[in-house]
Design a protein around this ligand. Structure first.
Ligand code: PMP
Length: 296
């Protein structure tokens, strides 16, 4: 699914066949999860494939790398150029792009200068196959920000996400919602969380979440619509009074939530402000409003 015999990827400055990419089995990333990555989407538009907020994503890659003391050899603009080149070489238009910074052989728990850059892309349909998700509050918490830079997209951190998703699926839910160490709602395994009440949006503040680019985009669009967005801590019990809720993320885009822990939200998804923002998002990433894209 992620590559065919013709797929070309970017590895350490070279363009090679995905099927021929060898990596060290002593990679520190493979053993200990010390690596950083990003996830971007490109959309087919009349002006050709456009990567949504590419520079912002590569700036966040730089931020993640800096938090883990990893030095990157390319600027966000150079990464963006490589990403467009990658799409062209693989003739991809609607695609998910995965840059990964991984470390070479080092079995010690120390830094290494052996830094590798991979960028690959594939066609990836909507992350969630359903429009309206059944969500459970996870028994797993997000990592304590004092143990870990939660604002960085670090590979090892996703073991927490995999555990939460597995628990949710094993219990008959579509997705998990994780709390922070104080019991406040934090985010999904790979997406930020919002709820809507009386035409206002609420979302957890920075501190225990990944600063999502889709989250920031939703806040911009809400502002344009004159809808207030309140960043605050809240417990899952407060969601009982909510009209609706949704996840935001590059892979999942804007995904409506039908219920949390078996409790259905009051409003029809299509009647909410969140749904208008969802429509704006779809229209802007796929159609004519190019000024919202990062053009290179
Ligand atoms: N939180 C986590 C833990 C994530 O992995 C992601 C996906 N990158 C998000 C939030 C959403 O971020 P974005 O909108 O930038 O994709």
């Amino acid at each position: 699914m992620y590559y065919t015999k013709d797929t070309v990827l970017f590895l350490n400055g070279n363009w090679i066949k995905a099927s021929e990419a060898g990596i060290s089995l002593f990679s520190q990333t493979l053993h200990y999860g010390n690596g950083v990555f990003e996830g971007l989407r490109s959309y087919d538009t009349q002006a050709g494939p456009q990567i949504f907020k590419a520079v912002e994503h590569f700036q966040r890659l730089h931020h993640s790398a800096q938090r883990m003391h990893i030095k990157l050899p390319y600027s966000p603009e150079e990464f963006t150029e490589i990403a467009y080149d990658l799409l062209k070489r693989n003739n991809l238009r609607n695609a998910y792009i995965r840059p990964l910074v991984f470390m070479g052989a080092n079995m010690s728990l120390t830094l290494t200068d052996d830094i590798h850059i991979l960028m690959t892309a594939w066609e990836w349909d909507k992350y969630f196959s359903k429009d309206q998700l059944k969500v459970m509050v996870s028994s797993y918490q997000r990592p304590n920000p004092k143990s870990f830079p939660v604002d960085a997209k670090v590979t090892g951190q996703y073991t927490n996400s995999i555990l939460a998703t597995t628990e949710a699926k094993n219990n008959g839910f579509d997705e998990a919602l994780l709390l922070d160490m104080k019991g406040y709602v934090a985010e999904g395994p790979g997406a930020n969380f919002f709820f809507e009440k009386n035409e206002k949006l609420y979302t957890p503040p920075m501190g225990n979440i990944l600063p999502g680019i889709t989250r920031a985009t939703v806040m911009e669009y809400a502002n344009e619509l004159g809808c207030s967005v309140i960043e605050k801590h809240f417990e899952p019990e407060e969601l009982i009074e909510a009209d609706t809720a949704f996840f935001t993320g590059t892979a999942s885009e804007i995904a409506g939530i039908k219920s949390i822990g078996g409790h259905n939200f009051k409003m029809n998804w299509e009647d909410t402000v969140a749904y208008s923002i969802f429509l704006m998002y779809r229209q802007r990433v796929t159609h004519s409003q190019y000024n919202d894209f990062t053009l290179v």
